[in-house]
Design a protein around this ligand. Structure first.
Ligand code: SAH
Length: 407
């Protein structure tokens, strides 16, 4: 029989598992049991799949089939409750994932603080959409069940997991620590899903009973690992049980993939990292702007097929004295005029090797006000886990630094 020693179950979908089970002359309902074990129970070894017969467990183990669960190598806990995980794969490469018990606004639209603000903005007429959604039955049960044991002050409705799509990143944004690594390799779909499983397990939470938001905003550029990213999304929705409306993917602006993404039947919400208000500035900060400039990026954003009550999020990292002036805010307002969108402002999270400075709260506030006065919903993202290098743009596998100096 075929050598299965390279086969990892994590990352396989129903069809692939059915083919595997079939190749072992087992009946197809075994595939269902494997799906449940891998994605719902999140077992870490074949031996733990107690729904299977002893015989089949032995057969799988003999052939060298593994679950393929990544290993949590290190765990850094921030003063604000954020946890940064260093997660290692079979070949020794590693990425980071972040658990934010109260979100950071990046997942806005999902019941997070920024989401609720956005919904209120919507009710006031700017979007012409209706307000917050009620909890589903499953979510209510989860909320009740958890009520008794929940740590004080923790709001699981906002909990957000931020995951990586590549080891390192090729995009080379000048203000981002991940860029300093360069790109090492793409993650397989199972490695993307595996990060979520590892964090859910460690935090002892389980969707859909627990409301979990997911952002593809960790290391790497998801749209440069498009096929694996799309497969991971499907597994996360269909098997792990996280609703697509609770997921947001952020791209630095890979325009052809923005077009493709609009055609996907299962797709998270879209965020675009804008970060500059004109081409000259954007090319300086994000060299990929030479390839896809603001004109083609904005054309793709305007052509993007939004669903009901959906809007595009633009992220804008504010760099002191570089892109954070009132004239920049006015240019951004001009770029986004008439679009169903909102802006998440992120004051630079500093890091070693990053030459920019973090603007003060007042300057950030002025930028926000100009956008709002132009009718564009704008929110300031709360930095989460800056002290442990877990905030936006700080993911660089800084194993040597457990605690960063406060800005
Ligand atoms: N590569 C994708 C996914 C990463 S998302 C993308 O670029 O969209 C990470 C977000 O953090 C991006 O919006 C990025 O602009 C922002 N970011 C990067 N470096 C940062 C820093 N040092 N401080 C604050 N935000 C940063």
């Amino acid at each position: 029989m075929a050598d299965l020693s390279q086969v990892a179950l994590l990352g396989m979908d129903r069809t692939e598992l059915e083919a595997l089970v079939d190749s072992l002359n087992e009946s197809s309902y075994r595939a269902k049991q494997l799906l449940a074990a891998v994605y719902r129970q999140r077992v870490e070894s074949i031996a733990q799949i107690t729904t299977l017969s002893q015989h089949l467990r032995e057969k799988l183990a003999e052939k060298g089939v593994s679950i393929g669960s990544p290993r949590v190598e290190q765990r850094f806990v921030s003063q604000d409750g954020t946890v940064r995980y260093l997660i290692a794969f079979a070949d020794g490469q590693s990425v980071e994932a972040v658990w934010m018990p109260e979100g950071d606004g990046g997942e806005a639209g999902d019941g997070s603080e920024a989401g609720e603000q956005a919904e209120r903005f919507a009710e006031s007429g700017s979007f012409g959409t209706s307000g917050a959604k009620a909890l589903s039955a499953g979510e209510q049960t989860g909320a009740l069940k958890r009520g008794a044991t929940q740590k004080q002050g923790q709001n699981l409705g906002r909990s957000t997991i931020c995951i990586s799509s590549q080891v390192g990143c090729a995009v080379d944004c000048q203000f981002c620590l991940t860029a300093l690594l360069g790109v090492k390799r793409n993650l397989a779909a199972g490695e993307i899903v595996g990060q979520v499983c590892a964090v859910l397990k460690d935090q002892e939470v389980s969707p859909p009973e627990d409301r979990i938001n997911l952002v593809f905003m960790g290391m790497g550029e998801p749209f440069l690992n498009y096929e694996n990213f799309v497969k991971a999304v499907r597994l996360l929705v269909e098997e792990v049980g996280i609703a697509e409306r609770r997921m947001t993917v952020s791209t630095a602006g890979i325009v052809p993939r923005i077009h493709d993404f609009g055609g996907e039947t299962i797709r998270p919400k879209l965020a675009i990292s804008l970060n500059a208000s004109n081409d000259e500035l954007r090319t300086r900060l994000m060299p990929l702007n030479k390839k896809w400039n603001l004109e083609v990026l904005m054309a793709a954003a305007r052509a993007y097929p939004l669903r009901t009550r959906e809007w595009i999020t633009f992220e804008y990292v504010l760099l002191g004295g570089v892109n954070d002036g009132p004239e920049n805010a006015k240019e951004v307002a001009e770029l986004l005029r008439g679009m169903r969108c909102k802006v998440n402002l992120i004051a630079l999270n500093p890091g070693p090797g990053i030459e920019f400075t973090t603007p003060g709260a007042e300057r950030v506030g002025e930028f926000q006000t100009i956008l709002r006065e132009a009718g564009i919903p704008a929110f300031v993202r709360r930095p989460r886990g800056r002290d442990i290098y877990a905030a936006c743009g700080q993911l660089k596998r800084t194993v040597e630094i457990a605690t960063a100096p406060q800005p």
